[in-house]
Design a protein around this ligand. Structure first.
Ligand code: GLA
Length: 381
C-alpha cells in the first residue's frame, strides 16, 4: 500500500512527502456508552489509513483518494467546503485545527486504507486521526493527543452530521500494540490492559450489511439518552449523563419518558456496568464472564437499543450454537461486524458453520477479519 501511495503521489505532484498512518479499532465491550459519559474498552487494530502529505506553498488542499480513484481540490475557508464525503473529513480536520488557532496552509496528499468501510471498525476515525496527527506534526502545532482525538470527533459533528462520542478517535490516536484501553469518556482517564487471551482468538465477522440511514438513527439514539437525562435531572440535578443514573432513577421517571427512550436508557445503564464487570473479569483471566457479558451486550443492542439487524442476530445465534465464548455486534450497529471471542479448538468449526449457514440464508458469505491489536497514530516514513 505504501508503495502505491508513493507512486501515485509522485505521478500527481512530482515530489515526495511524509507518510502517516492511523488505525481503525475494535471494541471489546461498551457500545453507545461514550456519549453518555460512560466507559468503553477499545483497541486499535492492524488495519487503517495511510496518507502521504506535503505542504504545497499555496492555500489549496489537493487530495487524491487512491481506493476510490477520486481527486478533490479545496481551500481552507468555510465557503470552499468540498462535496465528496471523503474530502469533507480532511476539510473538517483542517477547519477544526484552524478554529483552535493552528496555522496550517495548503498541502498535497494521497491516501489509501485497508480498514473496511462501514464495517463498524471506524474507517472515518482512522482518516481523521491520520490528518490531525500529520498536520500537527508537519506544522509543529504542539496539539496534545487528547485534542487530536477531539478534532476528529468535532469533524464528525460539524462536517459529517454524526454526533458521535470520543471512542473511535481516542482509540485510533492512543492505540497501543497488545493492549486494550479502558477509557472513562467523561474524564478521559484511561488505562491500558494487556490483552492476550491464551487459547482464544478474536475474530470479526462482517455481515457486509451497510445501512444507509445509520447516521440519523445514531443521532436519534443519542437524543433518546439526552431526553431521559433531562427527565431524571428534574429530581436529581447532579445527574449530568446516563453514566450518573441508576435503574432506580430511571424507574422514577418511567411515566414521564417514552417507552422507547426508557429502553434505550436501560440498555446504556446496564452496558456501562458491563464494561466494569469485564475489566474485573479480565484481571482474573476469567474469559467465560467476559464472553457472557458480550452476549448480554448483543441482546441489549438488539432488543433494547435496536441497533442490530437480522444478519447480525443470525451470526450471533450461530456463535452461540457453536459454543463460542462471547459474540456481539460491534460499533455503532445497523450493520457491520460481530466481534467473537472463540476458543482456538472451536475456531475452524465456527468459521465454517458461519460461512455456510450465512450463505444459505442470505445468498452471500460474511467476511472474516483476524485482528492484531496495534499502535495508534504515527509517522511511518
Ligand atoms: C460509533 C461512534 C462511537 C460510538 C460507537 C458505539 O462508532 O463513532 O462514538 O458511539 O458508535 O459505541
Amino acid at each position: 500500500m505504501r508503495q502505491e501511495i508513493r507512486t501515485k503521489f509522485k505521478e500527481l505532484f512530482h515530489t515526495e512527502g511524509e507518510l502517516y498512518a492511523s488505525p481503525g479499532r475494535i471494541n471489546l465491550i461498551g457500545e453507545h456508552t461514550d456519549y453518555n459519559g460512560g466507559f468503553v474498552f477499545p483497541g486499535a487494530v492492524d488495519k487503517g489509513m495511510i496518507a502521504e502529505i506535503k505542504p504545497n506553498g499555496s492555500n489549496k488542499v489537493k487530495a487524491f483518494a487512491l481506493d476510490l480513484n477520486e481527486y478533490a481540490e479545496f481551500g481552507l475557508t468555510e465557503e470552499e467546503a468540498p462535496t465528496a464525503s471523503w474530502a469533507r473529513y480532511i476539510f473538517g480536520v483542517c477547519r477544526e485545527i484552524i478554529k483552535r488557532g493552528g496555522k496550517i496552509e495548503g498541502f498535497d496528499t494521497v491516501f489509501s486504507g485497508d480498514v473496511p468501510l462501514g464495517a463498524g471498525m471506524s474507517s472515518s476515525a482512522a482518516l481523521e486521526s491520520t490528518y490531525a496527527f500529520a498536520l500537527n506534526d508537519l506544522y509543529n502545532l504542539g496539539i496534545d493527543k487528547f485534542e487530536l482525538a477531539k478534532i476528529g470527533q468535532a469533524t464528525e459533528h460539524n462536517y459529517c452530521g454524526v454526533n458521535c462520542g470520543i471512542m473511535d478517535q481516542f482509540a485510533s490516536v492512543f492505540g497501543k500494540a497488545g493492549s486494550l484501553i479502558r477509557l472513562d469518556c467523561r474524564s478521559l482517564e484511561y488505562k491500558y490492559y494487556p490483552f492476550n487471551p491464551v487459547g482464544y482468538k478474536l475474530v470479526l465477522l462482517d455481515s457486509v450489511v451497510k445501512h444507509e440511514l445509520a447516521s440519523s438513527a445514531y443521532n436519534k439514539r443519542r437524543q433518546s439518552c439526552e431526553n431521559v437525562v433531562e427527565a431524571i435531572r428534574r429530581r436529581h440535578p447532579e445527574v449530568e449523563f446516563l453514566r450518573d443514573a441508576s435503574m432506580e432513577m430511571l424507574n422514577e421517571v418511567k411515566g414521564e419518558v417514552s417507552a422507547e427512550d426508557y429502553m434505550r436508557a436501560e440498555y446504556v445503564i446496564e452496558e456501562i456496568q458491563r464494561v466494569l464487570d469485564v475489566c474485573a473479569a479480565l484481571e482474573k483471566g476469567d474469559y467465560e464472564t467476559v464472553g457472557q457479558k458480550m452476549y448480554e451486550t448483543h441482546h441489549g443492542m438488539s432488543k433494547l437499543y435496536e441497533v442490530s439487524c437480522e444478519e447480525l442476530d443470525f451470526l450471533n445465534d450461530i456463535a452461540k450454537e457453536c459454543g463460542v465464548t462471547g459474540s456481539r455486534v460491534m460499533g455503532g450497529g445497523f450493520g457491520g461486524c460481530t466481534i467473537n471471542l472463540v476458543k482456538e479448538e472451536l475456531y475452524d468449526n465456527f468459521v465454517h458453520k458461519a460461512f455456510t449457514a450465512y450463505k444459505e440464508r442470505f445468498g452471500h458469505e460474511p467476511k472474516l477479519y483476524d485482528v492484531v491489536i496495534s499502535d495508534g497514530s504515527r509517522k511511518i516514513g
